[in-house]
Design a binder for this molecule. Structure first.
Ligand code: FES
Length: 139
């Protein structure tokens, strides 16, 4: 399987690994088929800006690389921007992923959305976006 240099870079030197204590939003998602789990922590200020973002991923190299890239892409951005982050944006930023590894990037998109949903739940804001559910049938 051929990985891009960007993927290898983010896999071997993942950015923003760890936890945020007292995070404003935490999202955990998993893929039932491969068993991988991704957890994203967000710190969000009063202007809806994601001031900090960390992740913990128990999963394959592509899952680690996509979590790392996703955190880089949403850090310092607004919630609105983070909600617009699709897995294809993450894949593009990583200069591509082998087709069998695209589902790993879907986890990253879902983890971000799920962390924002957690934040919305905490502050009592209605959740006006969809979180896709486990992609058991996808490769
Ligand atoms: Fe499951 Fe990559 S193989 S997330």
């Amino acid at each position: 399987m051929q990985y891009s240099e960007k993927v290898m870079d983010h896999f071997t030197h993942p950015r923003n690994v760890g936890e945020i204590e007292n995070a404003d939003g935490v999202g955990t998602v998993g893929n039932a088929k491969c068993g991988d789990i991704m957890k994203i922590y967000l710190k969000i200020d009063e202007n809806d800006i994601i001031t900090d973002c960390k992740f913990k991923t128990f999963g394959c190299g592509a899952a680690i690389a996509t979590s790392s890239m996703a955190t880089e892409l949403i850090k310092g951005r607004s919630i609105k921007d983070a909600l617009a982050l699709t897995n294809s944006v993450v894949v593009e930023a990583l200069e591509g992923l082998p087709p069998v590894k695209v589902h790993c990037s879907v986890l990253a998109e879902e983890a971000v959305k799920s962390a924002i949903a957690d934040y919305y739940g905490k502050i009592g804001r209605p959740i006006d976006f969809e979180i896709e559910k486990a992609h058991e049938d996808e490769e």
